[in-house]
Design a protein around this ligand. Structure first.
Ligand SMILES: [Zn+2]
Length: 136
C-alpha cells in the first residue's frame, strides 16, 4: 500500500468543531474564548464551561504548550500511524489540554514538563493535523 493510499482517521466533528478545524486548515489554530471571563476552552461547546456565558469568540492560540504526559506505541493500530509512534497530552499556554503527537526530536528522559510549540503537519492524504515539536 502506497503512503498516499493511507487515510488519516476522519475528524470527529461535533456541533461546534467546524471553526476550529477550519482554523487548523488555515494553519492558525483558534479556540473559543469567553468574552465574559476570558477562559479558553477545548473542546468547543455552546457556552463557557467556567461561567456559563454564551458569549464566545474564536481567538488564535499562541501555540506554546507543556507536555503533561506521553506514551510511545510499539504496535500499529491504524494504517496512518506506523509503529513506533507517540501520543502526548499537552497543556496549552491558554489553559486547555489537548491530545496530539510529538514531531521530530524526542526527549531522552521524561517528556513531562518539556516545552513544545504547535506545528501543522500535512498527512500523505492531505489532512492537516495540529502537532507539536520541542521548543528549545
Ligand atoms: Zn466564561
Amino acid at each position: 500500500m502506497a503512503a498516499t493510499d493511507v487515510r488519516t482517521p476522519r475528524r470527529v466533528m461535533g456541533l461546534y468543531d467546524k471553526p476550529m478545524w477550519e482554523s487548523i486548515d488555515a494553519r492558525e489554530m483558534k479556540l473559543q474564548r469567553c468574552t465574559g471571563c476570558g477562559t479558553f476552552q477545548y473542546p468547543p461547546g455552546p457556552g463557557c464551561h467556567a461561567c456559563l456565558s454564551m458569549e464566545l469568540e474564536w481567538i488564535p492560540v499562541s501555540g506554546r504548550a507543556t507536555i503533561l504526559s506521553w506514551v510511545v506505541f510499539h504496535r500499529q493500530y491504524l494504517p496512518a500511524y506506523p509503529a513506533p509512534y507517540n501520543s502526548i497530552a499537552v497543556r496549552l499556554e491558554e489553559g486547555p489540554i489537548m491530545i496530539s503527537n510529538l514531531e521530530g526530536e524526542t526527549p531522552s528522559g521524561t517528556w513531562i514538563g518539556e516545552r513544545v510549540k504547535l506545528v501543522y503537519v500535512t498527512m500523505p492524504d492531505g489532512v492537516i493535523l495540529p502537532r507539536f515539536e520541542l521548543d528549545r
